[in-house]
Design a protein around this ligand. Structure first.
Ligand code: UTP
Length: 296
């Protein structure tokens, strides 16, 4: 089986839930503590062995391209002042020449369409898709867990997690044929179903390993839920095929940074995870809880 070395990062969405901020900055540049969302996604991809990074962008996403570029004036200034530690921090943002590609999605026709826009850069090999607004805190990065599992299964694989019944309608949900704990064999997938049509509360979240056949399925440009070209529909076509579709229950905590509440939770969690911030932030949170309780 061919190794997974390419990842698509669909970042062409409008990010309307974060307006007015996203009027002028891409959602993926918003920062958790001091790193933009896109940096977390790139670090996770690198840990999983990804060598080629394909961004599907749209108008107004220039800040993303600049972020991964060298900043000669800034670097020169830091070097002159002997700020080696900051130079080291910047290193992670630099990409090897030719390792990163940008493709435009000219109209936001849906996630499936965004992935399809990158088809010519994929060729005949399995590839990963990472949605940077799903940030996953995990000891072993989520995509790395999936690549290891995929080495055994092949086929298509989606990251999966149980969600509360009340929120299930916001996700793509899996019907399960066989459940082996971390790995499930999928017998159906429905995007944002009505409660009565939900096959389970096992939801697909923003990490995928896909075969090139999914790109062929996307050629049909079939419109699904919400009138958008849905990635889940194109993956679902592979169910029952020779290679099959798997859900992978990853170890780790996922934050929905596409929503305000999820973004704030991630900020607190990643803040508490930093040695230099933990005590001050924790002290503040305790004071806040105490004064809330006193006011009740
Ligand atoms: P979302 O559903 O979160 O949409 O897309 P959005 O536009 O980013 O944000 P809201 O809902 O308006 O606040 C999930 C992922 O799919 C990408 C987005 O960039 C995000 O990474 N996407 C979505 C595209 O690249 N193109 C599309 O046409 C739709």
């Amino acid at each position: 089986m061919k190794k997974v070395t390419k990842a698509i990062f669909p970042v062409a969405g409008l990010g309307t839930r974060f307006l007015p901020a996203t009027k002028s900055i891409p959602k993926e540049i918003m920062t958790l503590v001091d790193r933009p969302l896109i940096q977390y996604a790139i670090d996770e991809a690198r840990a999983a062995g990804i060598k080629e990074f394909i961004f599907v962008t749209s108008r107004g996403k220039g800040a993303l391209e600049d972020y991964f570029d060298h900043a000669p004036v800034l670097e020169q200034e830091l070097r002159k002042k002997g700020k080696d530690q900051l130079m080291e921090v910047l290193k992670n943002t630099n990409m090897e020449s030719g390792a990163i590609a940008y493709i435009r999605q000219h109209k936001a026709l849906g996630l499936g369409h965004a992935v399809w826009c990158a088809r010519r850069l994929i060729g005949n090999e399995p590839f990963a898709v990472i949605l940077p607004d799903d940030v996953i805190a995990a000891e072993k990065p989520c995509l790395q867990q999936m690549v290891e599992a995929h080495n055994e299964t092949g086929g298509c694989m989606v990251a999966a997690m149980e969600v509360p019944q009340s929120k299930a309608g916001a996700y793509g949900l899996l019907a399960v044929e066989e459940d082996n704990g971390s790995l499930v064999k999928v017998s159906g997938m429905v995007e944002k179903p009505k409660p009565e049509d939900a096959p389970s509360n096992l939801a697909v979240i923003g990490r995928y390993i896909l075969t090139p056949k999914v790109l062929n399925n996307l050629n049909k440009k079939h419109k699904g839920t919400g009138g958008e070209i849905q990635l889940t529909d194109a993956i679902a076509e592979e169910i029952g095929g020779k290679e099959g579709v798997y859900g992978y229950r990853f170890n780790g905590e996922r934050f929905d940074c596409g929503s305000k509440a999820g973004f704030l939770q991630a900020t607190v969690s990643f803040g508490l995870g930093r040695d230099e911030l933990r005590d001050e932030l924790w002290g503040y949170l305790q004071e806040l809880v105490a004064s809330e309780k006193a006011a009740q």
